[in-house]
Design a protein around this ligand. Structure first.
Ligand code: PBG
Length: 325
């Protein structure tokens, strides 16, 4: 029995009907907002390729955290771009480094804000790769995961509510879990960037985090964009190693992967709407070619509809503000 008995438009005829029959909603409990920490005091340095996003000194990060908390954001994820870069990523092992200081400052300014920290080596290494580089230019997986675990412990000791390894080395979740547990941090969750693709959409971020590789690319550790089954394997391995949440990144071009991961696991699935996804919408809207608010909400809704429980997005505070107006 089809038309004229069946008329799907009946439930679309008013905004109230549309609201009552809506299947997916993006709420303040779904969004995580990234912050970029840089050295100095009272620094708010705009990231040119990401309109509205700024690199912040520790004091300004606390101010920003308060501002976005008031907008309804309940979690932030911290990145940093230290001045000092060396092969060991030693800036990330400093208990008074940018991320530990920012964690403490944000928790002091807004204790109820959840503070996640990105764990990777790329913005503290002189070569800009996510792990240690050997003399022949290859990445040394097994020494890298030992350093990554120390970085994670450094963040956990500062009071991070979760650590999020984004390096894509094999075995890093287990190495981090082992070190955290051995040092009394059994309650710190690990958000694993489990299916992270070697994507061209990270370009603007690398300006914000000053983390572009000095040579080569990240394809020997990040995933081939053509592979979806492999994402399920990465997720499965990270869960065996002790991941508490798993992430798919980028989000918009990988909705099928989000859906398949959602169907395979019972832990929360996080999707990262990355810098390039954000900047595309910003750039087009600045030219008057697209409506920023509608496009941002549509992409976030689609990411949730695909199965993401949480979304990391540079639009987070704006979206929550738009929804209230
Ligand atoms: C660090 C890292 C990257 C992003 C998050 N963590 C960049 C990369 O892997 O090159 C990208 C985030 C974004 O583009 O918004 N490894």
């Amino acid at each position: 029995m089809g038309f004229p008995t069946q008329r799907p438009r009946r439930l679309r005829q008013s905004e109230t009907w549309r609201r009552l029959t809506r299947e997916t909603r993006v709420t303040c409990d779904d969004l995580v907002y990234p912050l970029f920490i840089v050295p100095g005091v009272r620094v708010r340095h705009p990231v040119e390729s990401m309109p509205g996003v700024a690199q912040l000194s520790v004091d300004e990060a606390a101010v920003e955290a308060k501002r976005v908390l008031a907008a309804g954001v309940s979690a932030v994820i911290l990145f940093s771009a230290p001045d000092h870069k060396d092969p060991q990523a030693s800036a990330f092992l400093d208990p008074n480094g940018l991320v530990p200081l920012a964690v403490r400052a944000i928790k002091a300014a807004c204790p109820e804000m959840l503070v996640w920290t990105d764990v990777c080596l790329c913005s503290a290494t002189d070569h800009g790769h996510c792990g240690h580089v050997l003399a022949d230019g290859t990445i040394d997986n097994d020494s890298s995961i030992e350093t990554l675990a120390k970085v994670a412990l450094n963040h956990a000791r500062a009071g991070a509510d979760a650590v999020a390894p984004s390096d894509m080395m094999d075995g890093r979740v287990a190495a981090i879990r082992r070190l955290l547990d051995a040092h009394g941090r059994a309650n710190t969750p690990i958000v694993s960037y489990a299916a992270k693709y070697a994507s061209s959409f990270y370009g603007p971020f690398r300006e914000a985090a000053d983390s572009a590789p000095a040579f080569g690319d990240r394809r020997s550790y990040q995933m081939d964009p053509a592979n979806a089954r492999e994402a399920l394997r990465e997720v499965e391995l990270d869960l065996e190693e002790g991941a508490d949440l798993v992430m798919v990144k980028p989000a918009g071009p990988y909705l099928d992967v989000i859906r398949r991961v959602r169907e395979q696991v019972s832990v929360p699935v996080v999707a990262y709407q990355v810098s390039g996804e954000f900047s595309l919408i910003k750039a087009a809207s600045q030219r008057g070619w697209i409506d920023e608010r509608a496009a941002a909400l549509e992409t976030l809704t689609a990411i949730k509809r695909a199965g993401a429980d949480l979304i990391i997005s540079y639009f987070a505070p704006d979206v929550l503000r738009w929804q209230r107006s």
